[in-house]
Design a protein around this ligand. Sequence first.
Ligand code: AMP
Length: 113
Amino acid sequence: MENCLFCKIIKGEIPSAKVYEDEDMLIFKDIAPQAPIHLLLVPKKHYANVIEMSEEDAYVLARCIKKLSTMTEELGLSEGFRLVSNKGANGCQSVDHLHIHILGGEKLSDKMA
Ligand code: AMP
């Protein structure tokens, strides 16, 4: 997608603080962290959100999350973490390329909204 910020980051056209990359996904630091550790897991294939996600996309995303579960120690998340994916205006989604926020590094609020 030509004007998609995260597609540009995936292509290396915009710099990011990359922490992991494979054929399915990129994980990089959120530019405005809301927790001591705030990463974004971004599938390389562009689709805007979970509603636009195909069944094949869902399998890829599940593989990405499973892969993430094997990297918790090196990412500093061994004490736990929270995964969040915002969708649409009420969800406060600001980038229309599906992404999963990975939050951790301290005990997070027990309130989610
Ligand atoms: P959302 O609001 O759920 O769509 O999340 C988008 C996230 O992308 C926000 O947490 C932003 O801080 C983050 N973000 C925006 N631009 C960049 C960037 N250039 N590099 C890293 N994170 C970014």
